[in-house]
Design a protein around this ligand. Structure first.
Ligand code: PLP
Length: 207
C-alpha cells in the first residue's frame, strides 16, 4: 500500500512523505488492528464516535486518530476528547459547538471541512458553492481549518471530484486534502491528496 502511494506521488512529481495513509479501522477486528499497530501504522480513521472510543481508548498512546464520519453536536465533547483530527465539519451549529468545546477543554483538534462535491442529498458535506463562506465563518469563530475532505459519488469517476476539491482548497488558502479510498487512492494521490483513507484494501472486508 505505501509502495503504491509512493509510486503515485512520484508520478505526480510529489514526495511520498507528503501523503499520509489513514488506516480506516471501523468494523475491523481487534486482531487486525493490533497487527496493523505492530506493523508500524500509526494513523487511523473511524466513522463513529462511540465505536471508536471502545476500540481506541485502550490503544490510544502514540496513535493519531481521525474522525471521518458525521458528527452530531451532542457527541462533540467526546469527539474533542478522543480525536486528533475531525474531518467532517459541515455546518455552522457544529462549528460553533466545536469552538465552544475546544475553548472549554483547552484542546486543539485539527479540523477539515467536508465538501459534498457530488451534491448528493443523502451525503453530508457543504455544497461546493458554499465552502468559501463556511470556511470564513469557521475562521471568524477562531477555528483553524486545516483542509478539505470529500467522498465522491460511488458510481462516477472520482477524478473530477478530486480536482474540484483541490481547486476549492487552493482558493481558500488550504493545503491539506483528505481524498481517496480503497478504490481510488492512487488517483487521489496523483491529484494532490495529502491523506488517503483506506479501509478494505488494507484490512480486508469489514465484519
Ligand atoms: C469507510 C470509509 C472509508 C474507507 O473505505 P474503503 O472503501 O474501505 O477504503 C473512507 N472514508 C470514509 C469517509 C469512510 O466512511
Amino acid at each position: 500500500m505505501l509502495d503504491r502511494i509512493a509510486v503515485s506521488a512520484r508520478e505526480a512529481g510529489r514526495s511520498p512523505d507528503d501523503v499520509t495513509l489513514v488506516a480506516v479501522s471501523k468494523q475491523q477486528s481487534d486482531e487486525k488492528i493490533d497487527a496493523m499497530l505492530a506493523a508500524g501504522q500509526r494513523v487511523f480513521g473511524e466513522n463513529r464516535v462511540q465505536e471508536a472510543m471502545g476500540r481506541w481508548i485502550p490503544r490510544r498512546e502514540g496513535v493519531e486518530l481521525r474522525l471521518i464520519g458525521p458528527l452530531q453536536t451532542n457527541k462533540v465533547r467526546e469527539a474533542v476528547a478522543l480525536f486528533d483530527v475531525i474531518e467532517t465539519v459541515d455546518r455552522e451549529k457544529l462549528a460553533e459547538a466545536l469552538a465552544r468545546e475546544m475553548a472549554r477543554s483547552e484542546t486543539a483538534v485539527r479540523l477539515y471541512v467536508q465538501v459534498n462535491t457530488g451534491l448528493e442529498p443523502q451525503k453530508a458535506g457543504v455544497a461546493p458553492g458554499e465552502v468559501d463562506g463556511f470556511v470564513a465563518y469557521c475562521r471568524d469563530l477562531g477555528l483553524s481549518v486545516e483542509g478539505l475532505m470529500c467522498i465522491p459519488p460511488e458510481h462516477e469517476p472520482a477524478d473530477r471530484h478530486f480536482a474540484m476539491l483541490a481547486e476549492i482548497a487552493a482558493r481558500n488558502g488550504l493545503h491539506r486534502l483528505s481524498m481517496g479510498m480503497s478504490g481510488d487512492y492512487e488517483t487521489a494521490v496523483r491529484q494532490g491528496a495529502t491523506s488517503v483513507r483506506v479501509g478494505s484494501a488494507l484490512f480486508g472486508a469489514r465484519g
